[in-house]
Design a protein. Structure first.
Length: 88
């Protein structure tokens, strides 16, 4: 299976907020962390939409078939975020 660089980048961008959600010691979770997580989530959504529209544009030009991988990544990572949020 050929994974393109843009999908690896998308996965890494989606995993960035997890670094602010997982703590192993005493930690006070405040407004600063929420703003950082929100900013990273907005960055992920913008990147996701850019890749999705690029794929749709490629379909129109008949260069490649539609790739559902970004949608599956988003759904899977959303489930992980919900599960992580319920744990904390």
């Amino acid at each position: 299976m050929k994974i393109r660089k843009r999908y690896l980048g998308l996965i890494l961008i989606a995993l960035l907020p997890l670094t602010f959600l997982i703590h192993f010691g005493d930690y006070c979770f405040g407004v600063k962390e929420l703003l950082i997580i929100t900013g990273l989530a907005i960055f992920f959504v913008i990147t996701f939409l850019a890749i999705l529209f690029h794929n749709l544009y490629s379909i129109v030009l008949k260069k490649e078939l539609f790739n559902y991988r970004p949608i599956f990544n988003r759904c899977g990572l959303s489930c992980c975020f919900v599960f992580t949020a319920k744990l904390s």
